[in-house]
Design a protein around this ligand. Structure first.
Ligand SMILES: *Cc1c(COP(=O)(O)O)cnc(C)c1O
Length: 364
């Protein structure tokens, strides 16, 4: 705090990201990064772009990426927005679609969800209301059918991993559309879901719902958290709204190297389908092993599990895992204080993790 800070800055309570240790002593299962490397085609594209053209500004239209994403998702390039990580796009979406000021209806999101949402709401002075998850930690979209300034949630939800049925999302989009409010669905983990576990993207439905914005990231599914690239898919007018906010802030949020890498990533589905398959297989196997150790494991359609030990508090388990060389995420928050969010590592890493869990809980 400083006397030079204005009132707005003094009133901010920023998001605290998961720890990024500077040394490699830890097995990192705390920020949902992908354990597999990015596609070799991405590395090649980034290296190729690293030349004297860096003296030029990047393409503010992000044309190459938007055309590649449009082809990949069967939408129009005008329905795609690119940004510096999906966090930036979420920040723009709050600014573009949710009304500010004390008289405005509150924007709705779950009480247990991605903790950046209240931060953005505060930053933009948008009133919000946190809707409690059900007893089983699921999101019930009917609870969002009340007067509001719009709604936002991840599908699957974080940190629970539980998907929201697509039919429910579309029903809510219809409800909010009828009162001219936006629904933002943060699909950060949607590629790890499937019809089988219930995690399905709303992208194919954007043409039926002009108020429905889907937000995506290359950080998790494309192993590119270090590149900082996200994108949104939705109606042309929503995309234009995002650009309106972006261009009131910084026209070049995505650099040349990121654009080159991102375009290569969305084109290489065969590589990414394979690593997704591996992550999902590891998730299913890890969930089963943890359940046989007596853990409660929520059903996940993401690349992480939300778990509760049979006999150790969340805080103690997190500390003991750290002692054993594993970083996981603990949220010191009512209802979930005894849970840990564990990102899926490689099979070898998860075997070591399961062994540590067995030893710590005395169930090995
Ligand atoms: C990781 C995450 C993001 C942010 O992704 P970036 O593209 O790395 O900014 C957004 N939403 C949720 C729910 C996430 O877990």
């Amino acid at each position: 705090m400083s006397t030079y800070w204005n009132t707005r800055t003094k009133n901010l309570s920023p998001y605290v990201p998961g720890e990024q240790p500077r040394d490699r002593r830890f097995i990192k299962l705390n920020t949902n990064e992908n354990p597999y490397p990015p596609s070799p085609k991405v590395i090649e594209a980034v290296q190729k772009a690293a030349d004297e053209r860096l003296r030029l500004y990047p393409d503010p239209e992000c044309t190459e990426f938007r055309e590649a994403a449009a082809a990949r998702y069967s939408v129009k390039p005008e329905q795609v927005f690119a940004g510096n990580g999906s966090d930036e796009i979420l920040a723009f979406a709050f600014g573009a679609f949710f009304e500010s000021g004390a008289e405005a209806y509150p924007v709705l999101f779950p009480d247990i969800t991605y903790s950046f949402y209240p931060v953005y709401a505060n930053l933009w002075n948008i009133p919000y209301s946190a809707i409690p998850l059900c007893e089983d930690f699921s999101v019930k979209t009917d609870h969002y059918k009340i007067p509001s300034g719009g709604a936002v949630f991840p599908n699957p939800n974080a940190p629970t991993g539980i998907p929201v049925p697509l039919a429910d999302i579309l029903s809510l989009a219809g409800y909010l559309g009828a009162v001219n409010k936006a629904l933002v669905v943060d699909e950060a983990y949607i590629t790890f879901g499937s019809v089988i576990d219930g995690g399905q993207s709303a992208v194919p439905n954007i043409n039926d719902h002009p108020n429905l914005l889907t937000v995506h990231t290359l950080s998790k599914s494309a192993s590119l958290a270090g590149l900082r690239f996200g994108f949104a898919i939705g109606n042309e007018k929503l995309i234009e709204g995002l650009r309106h906010v972006r261009d009131s802030f910084n026209s070049y949020t995505v650099d040349r190297l990121a654009l080159a890498g991102a375009a290569a990533a969305v084109k290489d589905f065969s590589y990414y389908d394979e690593i997704k398959r591996r992550v999902v297989a590891t998730r299913e196997r890890t969930a089963e092993s943890l359940r046989s150790l007596g853990f409660n494991v929520l059903p996940s359609a993401a690349n992480f599990l939300f778990i509760k030990a049979p006999n150790v508090s969340g805080r103690d388990l997190s500390a003991a895992l750290r002692e054993n060389g594993f970083l996981v995420r603990h949220f010191n928050k009512e209802r979930i204080a005894d849970y840990l969010r564990v990102s899926m590592g490689t099979n070898e890493e998860m075997d070591a993790f399961l062994k540590a869990c067995g030893e710590i809980t005395g169930r090995a």
